[in-house]
Design a binder for this molecule. Structure first.
Ligand SMILES: Nc1ncnc2c1ncn2[C@@H]1O[C@H](COP(=O)(O)OP(=O)(O)O)[C@@H](O)[C@H]1O
Ligand SMILES: [Mg+2]
Length: 288
């Protein structure tokens, strides 16, 4: 992966790419005014990403508000997961990826050469589409990050375990079997366990990529309620292709299309009073 800042047009000509095909259709993003009053945890600054010669993100700039749930919506392939993975530099693992621009977590550059990526990732929690409990007890799953940091004090571990499981709305279901395997739980419980594990590390931002897409409707409801409850205590940036989910759980919604941020504003406004025609077409189900 490389991070060059040479002029884009020269670079595109050099690798034989055609100019931005959607530029005429989509102007800069529409950022609703209320977002400017929010304090940002995460700032995305003119961020672009290529997989080889295929450009997946086009100059994305956005500020993710602290203590709020922000949903990223848009049709399949529009770059939601790419943007989310870029926040904790999971895209570093793909050789062909090249980026331009930067992101900042609480003011600290994410893409600066001096950044220790392991330390950076410790500052964020990531919850994936498919729950991934570690093959160990419920208790050890939750306190995993403390174990890695060498915490051995039983009282501290017990406290963090209970607080995190309560925070993830699963304490009552598992408190009598903390030493059973995390893999013995149902799918929806496993996903809440993964959220408990993520919040135990006190992340500055929780990243979730379609966290309910592998769950049945009842488990989805439980996890959605949990995400809505995390508002205020945690900053969540969540990808979803489910618009009802975005409208139920999030404070703010960002609509992406063809690798660009199109519109970003309070969730109710994005769904009920979007400023852009592209957003309206998408949220009213005309495409996607
Ligand atoms: N590992 C990869 N290698 C090459 N292209 C990829 C890779 N991951 C995603 N893409 C491409 O990047 C674009 C955005 O994909 P993605 O971020 O997964 O979209 P979304 O999450 O919105 O469905 C798509 O065109 C997809 O095919
Ligand atoms: Mg995706």
């Amino acid at each position: 992966m490389s991070n060059t800042n040479e002029p884009k047009t020269a670079m595109m000509a050099a690798v034989g790419l055609s100019p931005d095909p959607g530029a005429a259709a989509i102007r800069g993003p529409e950022i609703h005014a209320s977002l400017e009053r929010e304090e940002a945890v995460l700032e995305v600054d003119c961020f672009s990403l290529w997989y080889g010669t295929a450009r997946a993100l086009w100059d994305v700039s956005m500020r993710i508000p602290r203590g709020k749930v922000t949903a990223l919506i848009g049709p399949s392939g529009c770059g939601k997961s790419t943007l989310l993975r870029s926040v904790n530099r999971l895209n570093d693992l793909i050789d062909s990826v090249r980026i331009e621009g930067d992101m900042r977590l609480n003011g600290d550059s994410i893409y600066d050469r001096a950044v220790d990526v392991i330390e950076l990732r410790k500052r964020m929690g990531m919850v994936f589409q498919k729950s991934n409990p570690f093959p160990m007890s419920i208790y050890e799953n939750v306190v995993y990050s403390l174990r890695i940091d060498g915490v051995t004090d039983r009282r501290t571990l017990d406290e963090v375990c209970e607080r995190s499981l309560r925070g993830a709305a699963i304490w009552d279901e598992v408190k009598d079997r903390l030493h059973s395997s995390g893999l013995s739980l149902s799918g929806g419980q496993q996903q809440r366990l993964c959220i408990a594990r993520a919040i135990a590390a006190e992340p500055e931002v929780l990243l979730m990529d379609e966290p309910c897409s592998a769950l049945d409707p009842i488990a989805t409801g439980r996890v959605e309620d949990l995400i809505a409850d995390l508002k205020g205590s945690y900053t969540v940036l969540m990808v979803t292709h489910n618009m009802q989910q975005a409208s139920r759980t999030s404070d703010y919604t960002a609509f992406m299309y063809l690798g660009r941020l199109v519109e970003f504003g309070p969730t109710d406004d994005i769904f009920m009073r979007p400023h852009r025609k592209e957003t309206e077409d998408y949220v009213s189900g005309r495409f996607g």
